[in-house]
Design a protein around this ligand. Sequence first.
Ligand code: PA5
Length: 331
Amino acid sequence: MMREIIYSLPEQIREAAGSVPERLFRNRVYDNALICGMGGSGISGEIAAALYPQVRITVNKDYLVPGFVDKKTLAILVSYSGNTEETLANYGQLLRRGIDMVLISSDGKLHKKKAGRKIKVPAGLPPRGALGYLFTPLPMIMRRANLIPRDPRRELQELAAFLAGQRDRIEEMARGLAPGFAGRLIILYADSAAFVPVANRWRCQLNENAKVFAHYNVIPEMNHNEIVGLGRPEKFNPDTSVIFINDPLSHPRNRTRRRLLKSLIGNELPAIVEISPKGKNVMQHMFWAIMLGDFVSYYLALEQGVDPLPVVRIEELKRKLAGHRQKIDKR
Ligand code: PA5
């Protein structure tokens, strides 16, 4: 089932591109967006923030919303289940501050809230398998709120068509790559701020589908700290894989940094893989690389004999938290 879910990303994008009502808001003027959400839901906000660097987008992944949020802020709350307590706590604070909200969920408490414009996405998927449904409304909403200048619909439709044309090749590539990562510690590096959410998505999918630990960081920042600790303790090096997820539009200086880094660490960490995304713009590059990571995590799960679907620890922790009655909304 997970394979079909990953494969369905283009259809999700195509379907969701028509799901945002024309008239979302009356006359409010916004100058920034706050996107709240955790895990498989929150990653959609990270991707949107990376895609629209010209807009002030803050991604919130905590119980409290930032103090600067005011009536000029459009808040978008994303929770696939609609029951995530951090996001529900954000709702309460935003409501009290009179902030306009759009609530994206498949159901749950968020969907039953009185305030906020609601967007319902199809139910029955794991949150991380609903990326197309959760991400696509974000640029549409930001356009309706005049936060971005151009209608993103065409770009989204083109993205869906591009991914539909590429997915078989992407899957084939992932099937080839995954066995090389079995039983290994995986370190992911992005070479631009735009690709940080892509590296993070790879990490999350490796964690949740393949049930392995993975780490990510970004060039140039990691050149100023992590580069020193990389490959220590040395005993893990024979079992470590380093994956560079290359942004085709990254700063030329970052590409030079990547090349130099590879030659610096190559002797100690020889298992290096470079990913070169395809596409004609940053949105296509990002989602091409995301789809590859999704498939890699799926085939790595199969390779290691684990079921990609259940995320037992996440659910168990949520169950245990529900048993601890505490005042969540502190403000
Ligand atoms: O992938 C997952 O299951 C998690 O990362 C969830 O997305 C996260 O716990 C938040 O839940 P929800 O997406 O329902 O808000």
